[in-house]
Ligand binder design. Structure first.
Ligand SMILES: *Cc1c(COP(=O)(O)O)cnc(C)c1O
Length: 485
């Protein structure tokens, strides 16, 4: 690392704290010691942990500079498909930070945690109402954890009927975590293909559904951003053979208050509160993946469950058929507060409107770009639209090149090479919180990139040009990670 600071304007380079430290530098001042030195841990030999010596300003600048390298939903448009990177209103953060919530100890007895329990109880009711389902558990800590919870519920249901089944049907347009969750629960995933329309047909499900099959896991809207329009027939087929229907509801942002999931035959669904219901996500922070169930699965929900008796809330373990506990304490409470605040501030009409605008924005982009980029399915989409690099292939330009070039125009790239059913996929999810001007700027940038692909492919191969770090060797970065700097 050189001593030169500037790279692009005032975006400053930053060495590791260990490189920056200078022996004897210090970030605190304490009165001079007037007692003999004593080791905190008398058993500890050697010089203790290897911490760099830094001043307060060294430390503050280090983290502040690093924070300027970040790009997030608060910086600009972030159309990462399947991830719902929408703006999260700050009031929801503020409610989650209220000391009564943020500092509540998870071991408080229910008598001293009535407010927190009431919030969880009401949030469960709201999520049930939004989805149309009968009962909810807030325990799962992420989307994939909700999927596992759903699989365990289905497993417990079949066991209670005295039979056990070995397979789960999983379409090629399901999210990649689905087969993993089924396999973790001991089920064998049976892959099926979506039809030419990009959605499942009743026939392919009927062809594989049998009495050895525990059920189906559908992602709806699916990973092509399309609504599974044959879902009623499909759920009927699965139910007729004694199976259950799992819905991956991480894409709920398209259908809040619009689709009644119980009415279309769903038995269990998970939601991603950290996508649809306003918690900042990405980078491995905490999530929340509640499961919402049909009443036939309610006896199996995780314990403890929040129960309301009169005006009092308690925690109950008295559910003998429960699949047990899935998380420490009650799940990620801070995320529940954000979701609760978000739902109350939007209300039923606001939630529905949010979904309608998310769908409108995605369709606007689809229509504006479909002449330029190859659109895999030219039909109305839900919250996201999927293109590919087919039209640019003759110039030797790939999806990766175009995604990298977008950064030069100030946009976070969309999701690329997913879903796997589309080679060279470019999956764009604008969300409802982008204004028309920003969406138009994004469309202009994409069109400009398509022109560059035809006229100067090398420009794209070398992109990004303006970012702090240029094109990375992604294979080496994954295979030989440098964890020390
Ligand atoms: C994000 C997502 C998941 C996984 O959620 P995590 O919280 O990352 O575990 C599952 N299914 C779909 C459709 C998703 O978009």
């Amino acid at each position: 690392m050189t001593d030169t600071l500037g790279t692009t304007g005032l975006i400053l380079n930053e060495p590791l704290l260990w490189e920056k430290g200078r022996k004897g530098r210090c970030g605190y001042s304490l009165p001079r010691r007037d007692v003999p030195l004593s080791s905190l841990d008398p058993g500890l030999t050697g010089s203790g942990p290897d911490f760099p010596d830094l001043s307060e300003v060294d430390l503050v600048r280090h983290y502040t500079r690093l924070s300027t390298w970040n790009f997030g939903v608060d910086t600009g448009t972030y159309p990462l498909g399947s991830c719902t990177m929408k703006y999260n209103p700050k009031t929801n953060e503020r409610q989650a930070g209220l000391p009564g919530f943020a500092a509540a100890h998870p071991l408080l007895p229910p008598e001293l945690a009535q407010g927190a329990l009431a919030l969880m109880h009401d949030l469960q009711r709201y999520l049930a109402e939004i989805t149309g389902m009968d009962a909810v558990s807030l325990q799962p800590a992420a989307g994939a954890h909700g999927e596992l919870a759903g699989m365990l519920l289905i497993y417990a249901y079949h066991r209670s009927k005295g039979t056990q089944r070995s397979k789960i049907i999983i379409p090629d347009t399901a999210h990649g975590t689905n087969p993993a969750s089924a396999a973790l629960c001991g089920y064998r995933p049976i892959p099926i293909q979506s039809g030419a329309q990009g959605v499942l047909t009743a026939e392919v499900v009927a062809a594989v559904m049998d009495e050895e099959t525990a059920g189906i896991m559908v992602t709806n809207p699916n990973t092509l951003g399309l609504f599974e329009q044959n879902i009623r027939q499909i759920t009927d087929i699965v139910h007729a053979k004694g199976g259950l229907v799992y819905c991956d509801g991480a894409n709920m942002n398209a259908v809040m208050g619009i689709v009644d999931l119980k009415a279309i035959g769903i038995d269990v669904l998970h939601l991603n509160l950290h996508k649809t219901f306003s918690t900042p996500h990405g980078g491995g922070g905490p999530g929340s993946g509640p499961v919402c169930v049909h009443k036939r699965l309610e006896p199996f929900l995780p314990v403890p469950r929040v129960i309301k008796e009169g005006d009092t809330y308690t925690l109950s373990e008295e559910f003998p058929q429960s699949i047990g506990k899935l998380d420490t304490f009650h799940g990620h409470f801070g995320i529940m507060v954000r979701a609760y605040s978000y739902i109350l501030s939007l209300g039923p009409d606001g939630l529905k409107k949010a979904s309608q605008l998310a769908v409108l924005n995605a369709n606007y982009i689809k229509e504006k770009l479909k002449g330029t980029f190859h659109l895999t399915h030219d039909r109305p989409c839900m919250h996201e639209c999927v293109f590919s690099d087919k039209n640019q292939a003759s110039y030797g330009v790939t999806t990766l090149d175009m995604a990298k070039r977008l950064m030069d125009y100030g946009f976070h790239p969309p999701t690329i090479y997913f879903p796997l059913v589309v080679p060279g996929a470019i999956m764009i999810e604008p969300t409802e919180t982008e204004c028309k001007e920003d969406i138009d700027r994004f469309i202009d940038a994409m069109q400009q990139i398509a022109r560059e692909a035809a006229e100067n492919p090398q420009l794209l191969h070398d992109a990004p040009h303006k970012s702090k770090v240029r094109r990375l060797d992604e294979v080496s970065a994954a295979r030989k990670p440098c964890l020390t700097g």
